[in-house]
Every structure is written in C-alpha cells, then in structure tokens.
Design a binder for this molecule. Structure first.
Ligand SMILES: Cc1ncc(COP(=O)(O)O)c(C=O)c1O
Length: 349
C-alpha cells in the first residue's frame, strides 16, 4: 500500500465524519442561513475570542476575502516572500483586490519576518510613497517547515504594525498545530491580528473548508467578498458538519502528528548527507546535498511506495497527518533514507 506523506491535505474523511455530514441539519446559507454553518461560525469565533466568523470553501478564498476586506485598492500588503499568499494564490491580491504584495526583506538568515524586519520594510515602503495598509503573517509557516511564530514574536509584530497604523491578517491554516505544540491558546494568537484564517482541510482531516474570524464589520465585508468570488454556498451545513465533528474528534490528536514528524526527522537526518530541518510541528523539510535533486529523490521514494513532495530543486517535504500512523511513518523512514542514500551515491559532481 502506498504511504502518502506529501501533505496533510491528503487525508480522507473517516466514516464517522461522513456520517456526521450526512446527518447535518441544513438550510439555505445565502438566503437566511444554514443552522450547522451558523453553529460552526459561532463556535470558532468564540474559540478565537473574536466577534464573528465566516465559513469558506477554501483557505485561499478566505485569505483573499481578508485582503479584500482589510486593504483598500491601490495599497500595499507586506508579506513573507515564502508564504502561501505569495506563491500559491494566483496573484489573487492584485487580481481580486488591486493590492500589491511586497515581500519583507529578512535579516539574520531568518526564513520568517520578525518585528525588526517588518519595521524596516514599513519605513522603506513609506519612504517611496507606498501606502501600506496590511501585513499578512503565516503561522505555522509552511515554507519554513511548519515553523511556529511564538506569541511573544507575534505580539512584537502586532505592536509594530499597529504603531504604523497598519492592519494584520494571519494565515493560520495550521494555527491549530501552533497552539497544540506550544500550549498557547488560539485566542492569544488571534489577539495579535484583525483577521485570522484557519483551515479545516489539513491537520483536522476534513475534506473541505476554512474559516475567517474577526470583528463584526470586517467579517461582514468578508462575507460580501466571498459572495463576489462565487463562494456563497447553499446547504453548506453538509460540509460544515465535518469541522464540527473534527473539533471534537481530531483537534486533540495533533500532538501525535508532531511526535511522528519528530520521529521521522530524527531517523532521516544525515542519510546521504541530507540535512533535516528540526520540525516544530507536523512538517519535515529535508535539504539535499549538492548534486542531488528533489525530483530524483521523490521518484526513488515513489517507486518504493512512499510519496513525498519536491518543495524546490534542493528541498523535499514530508508531512505527518491523520492517515499515517507511527508504523507507516517508520516505513516512510526506511524508504526515504534508502532514496537519499541511493541518490547521493550517484550524485552528479
Ligand atoms: C499556509 C497555507 N495557507 C493557505 C492555504 C490554502 O488553503 P486551501 O488549499 O484550502 O485553499 C494552504 C494550503 O495548503 C496553506 O498551506
């Protein structure tokens, strides 16, 4: 059987989750509200300590709605260059909202911006006459390897943004993982942002869905952007029932994924001279030695029944999730180690 470590998005809904979906009470969410969607929105807004929430089909649409709700046309949003909103959202901020993304220059070999980086970029952008309206943060940070921005670091970023009169959106697709790994309540992280997106289709194991939380007026604008983007959904209680189930059944097990990621990382580090980035959460990045390409390592592992993904030419990614238990992770270790060693032994000089 194939072991799929490419992403935590590959999980399939369990039978119990499918039952909860089948039995959901529904209504027309565009006309007068779907009761299950309303229940989910209320529950997550409360967990995050925010006034309101809007349910979305995807995290991408929720991020885009946040940009549309918080950043006026013709303004600049400062971002991490290596973030989902930059790489994987089809230039949406520009195309949908007329907002230019400006990657923050990072100091000190960092992969994620800190408050000093943000302050420097803010001053640089303003000195060129750019009107910075928004900062988009990502926690955990996927491209950096599921890295956590701690509450202290996030507060410093928030203070800097607020001092410059700029709003903050947090892409918290995996904020669940940051909270589970640190013990920091979700609401404490959310206190450092005007809007927060959380995904249900990653560690929580749902087939679809994300949510945006924030204050009432911002969420009401985001609801309007969602409708404009074609995201007004009808009997969406059928899909909202999955996250309601997952909050009860799957949220508490995220530390299992983190333990599996650590196990994988420690066992793979050094094979064929590859270097593993020590994981904070469920994502493991493996940096390959010169002459070894991610394409070859991925193909070798695939031929032996384990799927991992090529993050870039010199980096591969493996992710622990609900559908891989410790035994499967150990098989993954054997196959990935063998792939790294085989590729290193035939590396091009
Ligand atoms: C950090 C981050 N943000 C946003 C998204 C977008 O989520 P979706 O695939 O639901 O659009 C992803 C998806 O992988 C992600 O990793």
């Amino acid at each position: 059987m194939t072991i799929d470590l490419r992403s935590d998005t590959v999980t399939k809904p369990t039978l119990a989750m499918r039952r909860a979906m089948a039995e959901a009470e529904v209504g027309d969410d565009v006309l007068d509200g779907d009761p299950t969607v309303r229940r989910l929105e209320g529950r997550v807004a409360e967990m995050l300590g925010k006034e309101a929430a809007v349910f979305f089909p995807t995290g991408t649409m929720a991020n885009q709605a946040a940009v549309g709700a918080l950043a006026p046309l013709g303004t600049v949003a400062l971002v991490d260059g290596d973030s989902h909103i930059v790489h994987s959202e089809m230039a949406g901020a520009a195309a949908n909202s007329g907002v230019q993304l400006w990657p923050v220059a990072l100091g000190g070999g960092r992969r994620i911006m800190d408050a000093e980086d943000l302050d420097r970029s803010m001053r640089l952008a303003s000195s060129h006459g750019s009107d910075v309206s928004l900062v988009c943060l990502e926690n955990t940070h996927n491209g950096a390897g599921g890295k956590i921005t701690t509450l202290d670091a996030l507060r410093a970023l928030w203070d800097t943004a607020v001092a410059h009169g700029v709003r903050v959106h947090l892409d918290g697709a995996r904020l669940w993982n940051a909270s589970a790994a640190t013990g920091t309540p979700l609401s404490a992280f959310a206190g450092c942002a005007h809007s927060v997106m959380l995904s249900f289709a990653k560690g929580l194991g749902c087939p679809v869905g994300a949510i945006l939380v924030g204050d009432g007026p911002t969420m009401s604008r985001a609801r309007g952007v969602r409708k404009r983007l074609g995201g007004g959904m009808r009997q969406s209680g059928v899909i909202a029932a999955a996250p309601l189930y997952a909050l009860d059944a799957h949220l508490a097990r995220l530390p299992d994924d983190h333990a599996n990621a650590r196990l994988f990382a420690e066992a793979v580090d050094g094979a064929g001279d590859a270097r593993v980035v020590t994981p904070d959460t469920n994502i493991v990045m493996i940096d390959l030695p010169a002459g070894v390409t991610s394409e070859r390592v991925v193909a070798h592992a695939r031929a032996n029944g384990v799927l991992i993904s090529a993050w870039n030419a010199g980096r591969v990614r493996a992710v622990a999730h609900l559908d891989v238990d410790t035994q499967a992770v150990l098989t993954g270790v054997t196959v990935v180690r063998a792939a790294l060693e085989a590729c290193a032994s035939t590396a091009e000089a």
